[in-house]
Design a protein around this ligand. Structure first.
Ligand SMILES: [Zn+2]
Length: 169
């Protein structure tokens, strides 16, 4: 229970990051945050009981750099593409990374040149450009932006229900 994830909002109510219950309880106890959602019951000790927070809001504003860069990883590409092959629109977990302009033709490893492709399309494209292979992208790949400040990492297992109303999109 002490390790459950807690959504931390900035004073402005913008999602700021995710911490563990243990850390959230300390922030609450020190009056550095207020609890907005009580996740799952109470933590009991000999002398007190403390609600298990699920969403807290900081009592002060934390500034962070405007640009919060996402790392270009397989999972982030699949996530950006909504687990959909960017050539045939098939939704699948069996995806590969495809360099639109192949690397040996000087294609870059960038958000703008890497897309999700299903195994069949990857085979069909076979190291050619879409034009050479007679294939078309369903959309032009680009760097994902979100709100630029916060996002839940692709590997994050699930979003808790009571978080939804605080998250953009
Ligand atoms: Zn495909």
């Amino acid at each position: 229970m002490i390790n459950l994830p807690v959504l931390v909002l900035n004073q402005s109510y913008e999602p700021f990051n995710i911490c563990r219950v243990r850390r959230a309880v300390v922030l609450l106890y020190q009056n550095k945050a207020e609890m907005l959602e009580n996740g799952s019951g109470f933590i009991h000790s000999a002398n007190f009981e403390f609600p298990v927070p699920s969403v807290i809001r900081l009592a002060f504003m934390i500034k962070r750099p405007r640009r919060y860069e996402r790392k270009l990883t397989r999972l982030e590409i699949f996530r950006r593409d909504h687990y959909t092959c960017q050539y045939c629109s098939k939704e699948t977990q069996q995806l590969t990374l495809d360099h639109v302009i192949p690397r040996y033709q000087d294609g870059q490893h960038t958000w703008e040149n890497v897309v999700s492709a299903c195994v069949a399309c990857n085979r069909r494209k076979a190291g050619r450009t879409p034009q050479e292979a007679g294939m078309r992208l369903i959309r032009q790949p680009s760097r994902p932006h979100g709100n630029g400040l916060f996002y839940i990492p692709a590997h994050y297992p699930h979003i808790r229900g009571e978080w939804q109303k605080y998250l953009p999109g």
